[in-house]
Design a protein around this ligand. Structure first.
Ligand code: PMP
Length: 359
């Protein structure tokens, strides 16, 4: 049976990227040696690193004022590396979910943290609006897409202080005006590759702006500069996930770049949200204006609550994988990242219709 992968991350990757990675594991760059067995100082590898960085710059329009780095430790490591590098006295955070809350917890090790607004009162089902960012904050931290709750900040907001964004689950899903941000970071394992590497895009003037001495591996400045023979090459980089990222970005470019991804993502999300709104058996959990294009969360409508397990089984029998909602929201979550084909969304919609028709 054909499987449709709706996992929230790690998740579906472009088949071409996976195939290219498998080939490279056997023979990297025609060297006769596999990707997992080469030295990271091999010239061919240095070229992959440089081209991967160049693809990021090209796809998101990142200027030379910014460094682009690929680091280990996932997005969770950035929860403390961001304040270590940027927080001098006070930082402001928008609390839109548990990932934001975890980032807040780590920032408190480094200074004062002001939570300007939180949507915890309604289980993070919306994005707070009309909050005031303190002018004396060193930076304001947002999570642009809240993977668990299916809410998203759709615009690049205007911010009076340095804007920092966790874009783990919506990077490369739409065009981003990088110049509005001081720093953008995230784990790769949704739209840009497998687990094992995080991306950090940081304006260079923010290097060492906290003024605090830091361990070498925590300091962003460590990873940038010609003396390192390429960025992100201070120590052994996560070679395999970076290679899959490289191939994934080449795929994004072949699809027409982030504009084309955005059009596709909007069309996929609309298909599914329309069905949720039309089908009396289901109801969306996120505030309509904040609905995520990446993670679509829904539950059984009132009166049908007892059918949840039945629908899950029904959908699984038709090839749907990974649609069980996060335990803190319940119901269902379909993650429809860049590499999720429209056919998968069509199959899920058909499944929802078939289930409702049978009741
Ligand atoms: N931020 C967001 C928005 C996430 O969705 C996740 C993981 N799902 C994280 C941070 C944590 O990422 P990692 O597992 O790479 O530490």
């Amino acid at each position: 049976m054909k499987k449709y992968n709706f996992n929230a991350g790690p998740c579906v990757l472009p088949r071409e990227a996976v195939d290219a990675a498998v080939d490279a594991i056997r023979d990297f760059d025609g060297t006769g040696i596999g990707l997992l067995e080469i030295s990271h100082r091999t010239p061919g590898w240095e070229r992959v690193m440089a081209e991967t960085e160049q693809l990021w710059r090209e796809l998101l329009g990142i200027s030379d004022d910014y460094a682009v780095m690929f680091l280990g430790g996932g997005a969770s490591t950035q929860f403390f590396e961001v304040p270590a590098n940027l927080l001098k006295t006070k930082a402001a955070y928008l609390q839109t979910g548990v990932w934001a809350k975890k980032a807040i917890k780590e920032a408190k090790f480094f200074g004062e943290v002001e939570v300007v607004a939180s949507s915890e009162d309604k289980n993070y089902s919306y994005v707070p609006k009309n909050y005031v960012v303190p002018a004396d904050a060193d930076y304001f931290h947002i999570t642009t897409n809240n993977t668990i709750y299916g809410t998203e900040i759709h615009e690049d907001i205007d911010c009076p202080v340095t804007l920092v964004a966790d874009m783990s689950s919506d990077i490369m899903s739409r065009p981003v005006d990088v110049s509005k941000y001081g720093l953008i970071y995230g784990g790769a394992q949704k739209n840009v590759g497998p687990a094992g590497v995080a991306f950090v895009i940081v304006r260079k003037d923010l290097f060492n702006s906290s003024g605090r001495p830091m361990p070498t591996m925590v300091n962003y400045a460590t990873f940038v500069g010609a003396e390192r023979r390429g960025n992100s090459m201070f120590n052994t980089p996560p070679v395999f996930p970076i290679y899959v990222m490289y191939q994934t970005l080449l795929w994004v470019k072949r699809q027409g770049g982030v504009e084309a991804m955005w059009e596709r993502n909007k069309a996929k999300a609309m298909l599914l949200y329309n069905e949720i709104d039309r089908n009396p058996m289901f109801v969306g959990t996120a505030a309509k204006e904040d609905r995520s294009l990446m993670n679509v969360c829904f539950v059984m409508a009132s009166g049908y609550e007892d059918k949840e397990a039945e629908f899950l089984k029904f959908a699984q029998e038709r090839g749907m994988v990974g649609i069980k909602g996060h335990r803190s929201v319940g119901g269902f979550r379909a993650s429809i990242y860049n590499a999720c084909p429209v056919e998968a969304v069509e199959a899920l919609v058909a499944c929802m219709r078939e289930f409702a028709a049978g009741k």
